[in-house]
Design a binder for this molecule. Structure first.
Ligand SMILES: Cc1cc2nc3c(=O)[nH]c(=O)nc-3n(C[C@H](O)[C@H](O)[C@H](O)COP(=O)(O)OP(=O)(O)OC[C@H]3O[C@@H](n4cnc5c(N)ncnc54)[C@H](O)[C@@H]3O)c2cc1C
Length: 408
């Protein structure tokens, strides 16, 4: 049975480097997840995507508990000394229960929080209270049908044409998290026919904005995505996020932070799978002894626990670098994301294998017992793909290691 196994991290992970206020945020997040997400997480993971399936209860509950205030400065948010580190800990706690809700949180509270740091003060005053309370849903849109890993402005087909008092946006974005219920979207556009890009805050209720049907995916069912089409949408000049023409910098700054958040999500997912595996090794008997007595699995899980220790330390180091003012925290951010998300997949595969047929099932009908490994296994895969495919991140690391003159 999956529910409520002991957390091995409470016994073997030592939070000796975490500032006290950040440790308190972790406790707050763990309580919020237990109250607002855990009771519905299994059902969210299984339901087919639709507009009605947006996980409002969990979304609003996490916001009301204070999770959405964590990344922001006062007077809007919590005003923490280490907002990025704390936000990543919240992400890890959410991912432990639901990888897809961690994706939703990452969209609202990392990608959009970072992007909106480039907004003019009066625009921030207009939108941040609603973002933090959960009354306003935000989406972040860089991907297009033919552009994602490659965001060079000339690859973008969504174009913002400058007018006297703003921009006219035309184009299509793909896979946009939260778009089916979003109030606002931050959109990366090509700046006219130049080689530059502009990031714009677009009102999802403006004339000319339409959203497609939700995509049907193998996992991350709670992270609902769809296309957004912009059909000559007017955007006022003061909704440019950063100076017009500097949008790629705005987008890459947000994605650099998002990648650390996804590293934290990978750690949460790996931790959940490890805990289920350990519980099974301690309780399942075969050949007259516990499964955990087999040295094969002892060695395997000792290795995975070691990797998990490293992955957590890596994302926390990258987050602290960001809190100290580094815009991208490379190479640690790419190392953390690629390492932690690969580990999430490796650990999900091992934990499923340890469960045998029970790992492959979500329910055994004869007994009504439910199992979570198939959910974790399906959900983990996207972590290696979005917010910088892991192969792209290896390139980022190699550039620093070998030099861009050689790697390109
Ligand atoms: C659930 C989900 C949520 C998403 N949410 C959002 C969102 O909110 N906003 C948004 O803008 N996008 C979002 N995306 C899009 C996501 O970021 C892209 O799918 C991802 O960036 C990969 O882009 P692509 O699918 O176009 O694949 P491609 O860009 O076509 O890449 C395919 C593969 O090519 C390989 N590759 C690419 N570049 C290199 C390289 N340099 N070297 C070696 N191999 C390489 C990698 O293996 C990569 O996986 C989401 C996607 C999903 C599935």
């Amino acid at each position: 049975m999956t529910e409520s196994v002991a957390r091995t991290s409470d016994r073997i992970w030592h939070d000796i480097f975490l500032p006290e206020d950040v440790s308190h945020v972790r406790e707050m997040a763990r309580d919020a997840v237990a109250t607002h997400l855990a009771p519905v997480a299994r059902e969210i993971a299984q339901r087919e995507e639709s507009v009605e399936a947006f996980p409002w209860g969990a979304f609003k509950g996490l916001a009301s508990a204070g999770c959405f205030a964590v990344p922001f400065e006062k007077p809007f948010g919590a005003g923490l000394a280490h907002p990025m580190l704390a936000t990543c800990l919240v992400t890890e706690e959410i991912a432990y229960e639901s990888s897809s809700l961690a994706g939703v949180y990452d969209g609202q509270c990392i990608l959009n929080a970072r992007t909106l740091s480039f907004a003019q003060p009066h625009v921030r005053e207009m939108v941040l209270p609603g973002l933090i309370s959960g009354d306003l849903v935000f989406a972040f849109a860089t991907t297009e049908p033919d552009a994602s890993s490659d965001l060079t402005p000339t690859a973008l087909k969504t174009v913002a044409t400058r007018t006297e008092d703003g921009f006219i946006v035309r184009g299509r974005k793909r896979w946009i998290t939260n778009s089916v219920v979003a109030d606002w979207v931050c959109v990366l556009c090509r700046d006219g026919d130049t080689n530059d890009a502009t990031m714009l805050l677009v009102d999802m209720h403006a004339p000319g904005v339409s959203v497609g049907a939700p995509d049907l995916k193998m996992g991350h069912r709670g992270q609902i995505t769809a296309d957004i089409v912009f059909d000559d949408v007017f955007v006022p000049a003061d909704h440019s996020l950063g100076a017009p023409g500097s949008g790629l910098r705005t987008a890459l700054t947000a994605l650099a932070a998002g990648r650390v958040g996804i590293a934290a999500a990978g750690v949460g997912v790996a931790q959940a799978a490890l805990d289920l595996a350990v519980d099974r090794l301690r309780t399942r008997s075969l050949f007259g002894r516990k499964l955990g007595e087999m040295q094969y699995w002892q060695y395997k899980l000792a290795e995975r626990a070691t990797e998990l220790e490293a992955a957590r330390a890596m994302y926390q180091k990258a987050a602290v670098r960001m809190d100290r003012g580094d815009r991208s925290a490379e190479p640690e951010a790419s190392m953390a994301k690629s390492f932690a998300t690969r580990l999430a997949n490796d650990m999900a595969r091992d934990a499923l294998q340890i469960h045998g047929g029970y790992g492959f099932a979500r329910q055994v009908s004869a007994t009504g017992e439910t199992y979570r490994l198939e959910e974790i296994y399906r959900d983990a895969k996207i972590l290696e793909i979005f917010e910088g495919a892991n192969e792209v991140l290896q390139w980022v690391i190699a550039r620093q290691l070998i030099g861009r003159d050689i790697t390109g």
